[in-house]
Design a protein around this ligand. Structure first.
Ligand SMILES: [Ca+2]
Length: 157
């Protein structure tokens, strides 16, 4: 009987030692997975932008594009009004889990920039086609606020 009890204790201690050693390795398993591919985004131009710059001013628009925590902004087009041309290109590291890109157009102001409109752009088409070039409607809630032309291409790597 004593022998059996002793071996149970040994097994229990072995199990504890195993877990104690294994625990510190856990954070490594949560590390960000390697990028699947690179997404190249060109914010070409905008049209029909809703007026947000007070009574007399013209819109000074800029666009912000983001995928997950990655974020890029275009330059501000001072006094552009309802149309703006940027032709600015940004690269994002794309993960398997990334399903959409967020595009937001703001109106630059001295104190606080105003939202003109935003769009959630699905990445399904560019994943399927490899390259896309489309006008995307931007809105504020249900209100239409203009359209933005965006080119995208997937660079596998
Ligand atoms: Ca302004």
């Amino acid at each position: 009987m004593m022998r059996i009890k002793y071996s149970r204790v040994v097994i229990a201690l072995t199990a504890l030692a195993c877990c104690a050693v294994a625990a510190p390795a856990a954070p490594a398993a949560q590390a960000r997975p390697a990028a699947l591919s690179s997404l190249r985004v060109t914010v070409v131009e905008a049209r029909n932008l809703h007026h947000e710059d007070g009574l007399l001013g013209k819109n000074d628009p800029y666009a912000v594009v983001s995928v997950g925590a990655q974020r890029h902004a275009t330059e501000v087009r001072t006094n552009a009004g309802s149309r703006a041309t940027w032709n600015e290109t940004f690269d994002f590291e794309l993960q398997e889990s990334d399903r959409s890109m967020t595009l937001v157009v703001y109106e630059k102001d001295l104190l606080k920039d105003d939202l003109i409109g935003r769009a959630i752009i699905s990445l399904e088409a560019v994943r399927r086609e490899g390259t896309t070039s489309s006008w995307y409607p931007i809105g504020e809630g249900a209100k239409a606020r203009g359209e933005v032309l965006v080119d995208m291409s997937l660079q596998s790597g």
